[in-house]
Design a protein around this ligand. Structure first.
Ligand code: SF4
Length: 379
């Protein structure tokens, strides 16, 4: 099999930003260098999928996500990564990474999860929704035969992490729900090798697969894209209700949870929506769940909209803080004070961030160094 240089655009953009900040994580660049040459393959996988049932009338029904695709012979589900072959459902992307990179954990973003550490990040092709603002649409909306894939079985992922001293694996970039089996097996193997796993997800997954997955994960970040059902229908191509239910399920499981809300101008940016969102988080998850607001930049099918004004982000921040949420962050605004973590009790700065860089971390054993208030998360 051909050995050749492999580096996707996601890695390139990371490298570009790293090079702009010349002293930015030099050890990451060294780690990536030895991780970048892998075998490209044209073959798709044919591992039997989990959570499907055979239908009496023929065909199969997938139970991984709320779409419950019903799939006849030689057809695929909506995500394009699962295929019925003679009434046996297969995942076509098991062990086939189309993007991999070494990222700061802050890029996920996870702000209360081992700050300043790195994660080996990987994705396969495919997604179970079609967000009009997707920044990774070139892989999320592709079928696996349209992407450059690397043959990377779970044991190889673990070997990379061990060789490069990477403490965490992040399933990210596309939607890990659609490569569930691959993610699960890596996470399980990682757990027995003391390597953590974090899922960066849209939360559009079924209850049972999530229930069985959570014990092998250490943290989940969910993109709660709106608090309105019509936005999910028209802009995301999914449903809000199952996402809200899965977020509550994750919170109740005790697995560390953070939320991100991308503010898209004119589509989900009103003070009423921010109030609804803040109220829902407070009631269902508690005031100590971190909530990140992220700035939109025009791309994919929404190139006609402007970037989110800073004032809109600050309005969202203010409404959530007034509602009582204790850890609210603004993202894609490098240098803004709301990138940092403050003690909700004494107001002292606990973790100072600029972009993905940590300038100080004053949390000692999950407590504020000044007033000893407990700070939730894994530090
Ligand atoms: S995981 Fe894919 S095939 Fe299964 S229900 Fe969801 S979109 Fe359909």
């Amino acid at each position: 099999m051909e050995r050749r240089f492999f580096l996707r655009c996601l890695g390139c953009s990371f490298l570009a930003s790293a090079m702009l900040q010349s002293d930015f994580f030099p050890e990451i660049l060294g780690g990536l260098k030895s991780a970048e040459a892998y075998s490209l393959t044209k073959n798709l996988s044919s591992v039997e999928a989990r959570y499907y049932k055979k239908l009496p009338e023929g065909g199969v029904e997938c139970g991984i996500c709320p779409r419950h695709c019903r799939v006849t012979d030689l057809e695929r589900g909506y995500c394009g990564t699962r295929e019925n072959r003679a009434n046996v459902y297969h995942t076509l992307v098991y062990g086939l990474a189309c993007s991999m990179n070494i990222d700061p954990i802050e890029k996920k973003p996870l702000f209360h999860f081992y700050p300043g550490t790195t994660a080996f990040s990987l994705a396969t092709a495919g997604c179970n929704v079609n967000c009009k603002f997707c920044q990774n649409w070139d892989i999320s909306q592709s079928r696996p035969e349209q992407t450059d894939n690397v043959d990377l079985p779970p044991k190889e992922v673990i070997a990379i992490c061990r060789n490069q001293n990477l403490p965490t694996i992040a399933y990210t970039y596309s939607e890990p729900t659609i490569f569930y089996e691959y993610m699960y097996d890596i996470a399980e193997l990682g757990r027995s090798n003391s390597i953590r796993s974090v899922m960066i997800s849209n939360g559009y997954m079924e209850t049972e697969p999530l229930k069985n997955l959570l014990p092998v994960l250490n943290a989940v970040k969910v993109d709660l894209k709106s608090i309105r059902e019509d936005y999910y229908k028209n802009i995301v191509g999914g449903e809000l209700k199952p996402v809200l239910d899965r977020i509550i399920q994750i919170k109740k499981s005790g697995t560390w949870l953070e939320l991100v809300y991308l503010i898209v101008p004119t589509l989900n940016d009103t003070p009423e929506e921010f109030r609804e969102l803040a109220g829902w988080v407070k009631t269902n998850l508690g005031t100590d769940t971190p909530l990140h607001f992220s700035r939109f930049y025009p791309q994919y099918l929404l190139k006609n909209l402007p970037p989110t004004p800073q004032k809109t982000l600050e309005t969202a921040y203010q409404i959530c803080r007034e509602t009582g949420l204790e850890y609210v962050y603004l993202g894609n605004l490098p240098g803004h004070p709301a990138e940092s973590t403050y003690c909700p009790q004494c107001g002292k700065i606990l973790i100072e961030r600029k972009g993905y860089r940590i300038y100080q971390n004053n949390i000692k054993g999950n407590r504020c160094y000044n007033c000893q208030r407990n700070i939730p998360g894994l530090f």
